[in-house]
Write a protein that binds this ligand. Sequence first.
Ligand code: PRP
Ligand code: URA
Length: 206
Amino acid sequence: MHVEVKHPLIGHKLTLVRDKTTGVKLFRELIGEITMFLAYEALRGIPTESIEVETPLAVAKGVRVKGEIVLVPILRAGVGMLDAVMDMVPNARVGFLGLYRDHETSLPVEYYAKLPPATPGAVAILIDPMLATAGSAVAAVSMLKKRGFETIVFVCIVSCPEGVARLEQAHPDVAIYTASIDDGLNASKYILPGLGDAGDRLFGTK
Ligand code: PRP
Ligand code: URA
């Protein structure tokens, strides 16, 4: 299942984030702002339980989130989305998965994993701005499943048909939320039109 989240403000911010003249500071801010919209949708299905609270006048029926939410950025670019989701879910636990795409082969290389325990009913929100070949996302989901996570949602800013199809084929139980399914990949496996190298633009490494 995948959702391309459409909203005039997402469209506006995504256009700015794609613009090659957008500098590091604005790029970071925009990634955070778009992430909030996506997370709002992606978290719609999290479990809740009924509770009651006393207002100054009466008893009100309400809900509270049930079970753990675990945010998992894929290093390094996923870190650019983390603060925005943590602002929305301040009690979430956070795990980190280190993966980079080999420049020659475009295949993911794992270099770090630090995850909280997968408690019963936990929902893992995997965050990474880019879903290109999906090699990184497929590997990250497999790592989460190996650690016992059963409910996993993948949130990305920009994706492409090849990446969405590959992730859905490898892990059909993972819901994908994205701000855009772009046209496809170029010969170097970068998304077109995309936004370039997300990690480099977030951290100013080029
Ligand atoms: C980027 C991006 C994803 C991956 C997507 O990370 O943040 O993790 O590439 O490509 P894929 O779908 O083809 O696997 P990168 O490997 O450039 O590492 P970085 O975050 O450290 O810059
Ligand atoms: N990683 C990026 O940062 N951008 C792409 O377009 C593809 C992979």
